[in-house]
Write a protein that binds this ligand. Structure first.
Ligand SMILES: [Zn+2]
Length: 289
């Protein structure tokens, strides 16, 4: 491995900014497709990225709604800094939230949409702060950000109705080939435990090991270097395309898919652990990715 920057030279990830961006999303309300919060949040993500100097592709598409007579209108956002488009290191998260709290303890409320402070807003919040660091400091390798829509639309067990945005993104961008895609999902847990996700381990074993090694060096308690549960997440369509992709995810928190997925249940410090690790991936060890 080539020597990288000293850790003091890595731009510092702001926990406070990331947390503010988590709150800002929750203040828009539930962000499930078709809701007012969904419309507001998509616009907000795009404007934020543009204000940082990114070129943004709004990848919009329509499809039949599997659960109604109507159509779904979904939009993924892809952001890059001008002049840095080849073989990027890509960071991704889903920005939609789940339209139903199907695991809520109150059976009568299981058709209500969740706020998604962790399942939605946490990944986006970390991405937006990383986007700021990259725009302000420049990066050794090109870095891109992808915000997926329609990740969490499916009813439990109906896999084909999940990952709607990422699946369509891969279909519509046949030449898209990042050197590595790092997906963040549900990274705000108070007792955050990120383990090595098996699909990721199969698709990008060296990269996943290195990420966990960096986490260990940094003394980040959220990262446990053991194999964890497999997760059907937005990295799957990329892996199916042969792209190395890893998912940093922890869905084993009590508020998962319930109406309690609200900011009070989560932790700014957890966002900061994940953000600091991603900043190292971006700024310190470009040669290995
Ligand atoms: Zn979910």
């Amino acid at each position: 491995m080539m020597a990288g920057l000293a850790s003091s030279e890595i731009p510092s990830f702001s926990q406070d900014r990331a947390w503010e961006d988590l709150i800002a999303q929750c203040e828009m309300g539930a962000r499930d497709p078709g809701s007012p919060g969904h419309e507001a949040c998509g616009k907000w993500i795009k404007e934020r990225l543009e204000s940082l100097g990114y070129q943004v592709e709004a990848h919009s598409f329509r499809m039949p709604d599997p659960y109604s007579e109507g159509e779904l209108e979904l939009t993924n956002y892809r952001a890059w800094l001008p002049g840095t488009q080849d073989y990027p290191l890509t960071f991704a998260a889903h920005w939609d939230t789940r339209p139903r709290a199907d695991l809520d303890k109150d059976e009568a409320r299981r058709e209500e949409p969740i706020l998604g402070a962790n399942d939605g807003a946490s990944g986006v919040a970390v991405l937006l702060e990383l986007a700021r660091l990259c725009a302000e400091n420049g990066t050794p390798l090109p870095v891109e950000f992808l915000f997926f829509d329609g990740e969490d639309y499916g009813r439990s067990g109906e896999r084909h109705n999940y990952l709607l945005g990422s699946t369509r993104f891969v279909q519509d961008h046949p030449a898209y080939s990042p050197r590595l895609l790092v997906l963040l999902d549900m990274v705000g847990g108070k007792h955050l435990n990120i383990r090595k996700e098996p699909f990721s381990k199969q698709a990008a074993p060296g990269q996943l090991d290195l990420i966990f090694k960096l986490a260990e060096e940094m003394g980040l308690p959220a990262f446990i270097p053991e194999v964890g549960p497999a997760v059907w997440d937005d990295h799957i369509p990329f892996i199916q395309r042969g792209i190395p992709a890893v998912d940093l995810v922890d869905f084993r928190f009590p508020e998962w898919h319930t109406l309690d997925d609200t900011p009070e249940a989560f932790s700014p410090e957890s966002l900061a652990q994940v953000g600091a690790l991603c900043a190292r991936v971006i700024f310190e060890t470009p040669v290995v990715w």
